[in-house]
Design a protein around this ligand. Structure first.
Ligand code: 5GP
Ligand code: ZN
Length: 136
């Protein structure tokens, strides 16, 4: 994808701080880290998001991510780590080449916002469950 920033990184047209690569994946430090060690894991092939990537590639990305998380833990001695993927603008996706974030956390850092929990009624759970189970 000629206009994709991560494809440009893979092609070597944009520099990156590479931590690891293999046949299918590339791992590098986020250029604008939310916390120390904020790292991105991407497939070498361009897939846009969660819905685009084949299941086996997704599985492999998760496996590599776990290995990288362990290395980050050894080096940074963090208190916790957020492991996430944003699909869609509404979810915060800004680069449309799928990537997982590894986002180290330290107690009290307030580095990521949370959501406001709600308390829906029984109809919400029963209705939604019925619709979704049919799709699975
Ligand atoms: P998203 O918001 O799509 O889930 O995450 C995109 C991430 O890519 C952001 O955390 C952002 O800082 C990072 N990013 C954007 N452009 C570059 C770049 O050129 N190099 C690197 N290393 N990271 C980038
Ligand atoms: Zn791309």
């Amino acid at each position: 994808m000629s206009d994709c920033v991560f494809c440009k990184i893979l092609a070597g047209d944009i520099p990156s701080h590479k931590l690891y690569e293999d046949e299918h994946t590339y791992v590098f430090l986020d250029a604008f880290p939310g916390t120390k060690g904020h790292t991105l894991i991407i497939p070498k092939k361009h897939y846009e998001d969660l819905f685009d990537i084949p299941n086996d590639q997704m599985t492999y990305l998760v496996q590599v991510s776990q290995k990288v998380a362990k290395a980050l833990r050894e080096v940074l001695n963090f208190d916790g780590i957020n492991f996430f993927q944003n699909t869609g603008t509404a979810a915060g996706q800004t680069v449309f080449h799928i990537h997982f974030h590894l986002f180290p956390r330290w107690s009290g850092d307030n580095a990521l916002g949370g959501w406001s929990a709600t308390t829906p009624d029984k109809d919400y759970f029963e209705g939604l469950k019925k619709q979704l189970i049919k799709m699975l």
